[in-house]
Write a protein that binds this ligand. Sequence first.
Ligand SMILES: Cc1cc2nc3c(=O)[nH]c(=O)nc-3n(C[C@H](O)[C@H](O)[C@H](O)COP(=O)(O)OP(=O)(O)OC[C@H]3O[C@@H](n4cnc5c(N)ncnc54)[C@H](O)[C@@H]3O)c2cc1C
Length: 293
Amino acid sequence: MPTLNWYEGIASNWSPGERGAQERLDSFIQKGIENYKVGRDFPALNSVSRQSPHLHYGEISPRQILHCIAKATQGMQIEANVAHFQKELAWREFSYSLLYYFPFITHRNLNQKFDHFPWVENEALLRLWQGGKTGFPIIDAGMRELWHTGYMHNRVRMIVASFLVKNLCIPWQLGAKWFWDCLLDADLANNSASWQWVAGSGADAAPYFRIFNPVIQSQKFDPDGNYIRSYVPELSSCPSKLIHDPGSASPTEIRKHGIILGNDYPLPIVDLKETRAAALTAYKNMKETILAA
Ligand SMILES: Cc1cc2nc3c(=O)[nH]c(=O)nc-3n(C[C@H](O)[C@H](O)[C@H](O)COP(=O)(O)OP(=O)(O)OC[C@H]3O[C@@H](n4cnc5c(N)ncnc54)[C@H](O)[C@@H]3O)c2cc1C
């Protein structure tokens, strides 16, 4: 192992191998599955299986997971949770099927209309996003979770990806590349299909005009700010009502909690309303260009 201990966060969060996969699955069956349908959207809860790296490396198979869950949950009357979990595993199969039939989805838009979208390769903004220094706490928490543990919760993956491709208008391929470099579960099929899903260019994708507001998402899915506090310690003294959007608080108010914005924690790197409007205009122009062609 290298002398620089960069892997500590990864080593303390994961147990590679078949045994590690099975132990994590057992723990999910005991503590997570019964609240999966609702809990899976809350990054501070322990409601997801964290099977993705194990699946990727073939340390466990989807059939094994389905079999263990079916056996362990018999008679528990949690069918809706089990069914929802099965659906998520099916997304994985769907991504593999997409990659098989459309191998170019790793780098080219599945929906080629998006080839006309005016993406901007802004290196400075990309770096702030990568480093978790955007001034939007839920995004920064996610990007730092990724860097520190090699994993990011699914809800947060969607929020950070939407921010990159819609508020910053940076090509989804650059986001996918960063995930590819950092994720322990980095998987060509799931990563490519999911990035294209968020960008709007994929199969059955989220429509481009549905742009996640990271502040509202944070208030909804991390209401007490516990997830944010885990990965953005400089905001740990921030009360829940301010933690989702410290940039909108008055400097005096936020200073009361020992935080100087722009010094201890970054100011927002973009205006959400303005960038949302710009993205929607770019999308409209793209459609008009295609119609005119
Ligand atoms: C931008 C973006 C990039 C992503 N990149 C990857 C990636 O490189 N590798 C990867 O495995 N997943 C990726 N995903 C999908 C999803 O976020 C992860 O599979 C999930 O968070 C893994 O955590 P888990 O095992 O606790 O999930 P659970 O919620 O416990 O789900 C169980 C399993 O179902 C599958 N699954 C769940 N959601 C999805 C999904 N949306 N698409 C495909 N399969 C899914 C995974 O195999 C997962 O392990 C990405 C999602 C987004 C939005």
